[in-house]
Design a binder for this molecule. Structure first.
Ligand code: AHM
Ligand code: MG
Length: 338
């Protein structure tokens, strides 16, 4: 007997097509962007899987047997995404955490109506110790008229303008999680057939969670309300049960665990990094969109993250991201910080 479940074999391509069919006005361009990102993800995954062999086969700064210069994986990932995405005629510009300015669409390729912002390989310092890393992406519609190159105005839009966002985690398996504003859905790569298969349809994050992810070596640089908040999460002020602390220092890995298991990822501002560390456009907003679609919340401590209007491509933001009740505690306790 065949057992039919919600996760009966559905490839990411078929899922994207079926989602698109629900919107008669859709032109297929956004679907095309998502397909291309899935292809880039498979290419990056195959490189990451060989990462431990780089020392054996030749590391960054050295030359390989063909005399070619070896590149670091974050540089390679940046190039893979750029090349997978620049020629489809759907984007009018890109921006990457790895690049200072806007990445233009090179001629003769046509410019389209969307912009893509991405962090090609977040947490790449973890590669050397075999900890999962991730790619994060965000797609917005251009706001400038015409069919030419996109501009800074197209990039500097609040997270609420995102039409799609997601991440790829290169962990014990490779997974892509994305949203187009109709739930957050996860796909696991079957490397033997090279397909992402639907494994986590309509992810819901618990309203209150068990995991707290924070780097508390910065405690001495936090404000007093942030310290009090962390004591609350740890159950030290007797207001709630202690959360379990889990922090690998790789945002996508920490976020993914908390999304499925419930909890909060926290990277507060501190006296050394007055606006936090993580980037609003490449890291915070895409994950905020995903977590909200999964029933969670994201704030910078004083505002819903996705409402913040960016002023700089590489702007940083404090980040409180996860289960809605845990984020609400942060909002309430950080009022004293303002
Ligand atoms: P990166 O973009 O340079 O890779 O840095 C981002 C990473 C995140 O993955 C992680 O959550 C954070 O930096 C860890 O920072 P810290 O070592 O200060 O805790
Ligand atoms: Mg990063």
């Amino acid at each position: 007997m065949i057992f039919h479940s919600d996760t009966s074999i559905v490839t990411i391509d078929r899922f994207i097509i079926e989602q698109e069919a629900k919107f008669p006005e859709a032109t297929g361009e956004l679907s095309g962007i998502l397909y291309d990102l899935a292809v880039a993800a498979k290419m990056i995954s195959s490189k990451v899987r060989r990462a431990g062999l780089i020392d054996i086969l030749g590391g960054a700064g050295s030359e390989n047997v063909q005399g070619e210069h070896q590149q670091k994986l974050d540089v390679i990932a940046n190039a893979i995404i750029t090349k997978a995405m620049d020629h489809g005629g759907r984007l009018c510009a890109m921006a990457s955490e790895e690049e200072t300015g806007i990445i233009e669409i090179p001629p003769p390729f046509k410019c389209g109506k969307y912009v893509l912002l991405f962090d090609p390989l977040d947490g790449s310092s973890n590669i050397d110790v075999n900890v999962p890393v991730g790619t994060i992406f965000s797609v917005m519609r251009r706001v400038t008229p015409g069919t030419g190159q996109g501009t800074m105005e197209d990039m500097l839009q609040p997270g609420l303008a995102q039409v799609a966002a997601g991440y790829i985690i290169y962990g014990s398996s490779t997974m892509m999680v994305y949203t187009t504003g109709h739930g957050a859905h996860g796909f696991t790569l079957d490397p033997s057939i090279g397909e992402f298969l639907l494994s986590h349809p309509d992810i819901r994050t618990p309203a209150s969670g068990k995991y707290l992810s924070v780097n508390d070596s910065y405690e001495r640089h936090w404000s007093e309300p942030v310290r009090a908040l962390m004591r609350r999460y740890r159950g030290l002020d007797n207001h709630r049960e202690a959360m379990n602390v889990r922090y690998v220092g790789s945002l996508v890995a920490d976020f993914h665990r908390n999304l499925l298991g419930g909890g909060i990822f926290v990277y507060p501002a501190n006296t050394q990094s007055p606006t936090g560390k993580l980037r609003l456009l490449y890291e915070c907003n895409p994950l905020a969109f995903i977590v909200e679609q999964a029933g969670g919340a994201a704030t910078n401590g004083s505002h819903r993250l996705m409402e913040v209007v960016p002023t700089d491509l590489h702007q940083r933001s404090p980040l409180y991201l996860g289960s809605s009740r845990d984020v609400a505690i942060a909002v309430q306790m950080l009022e004293d910080d303002r």
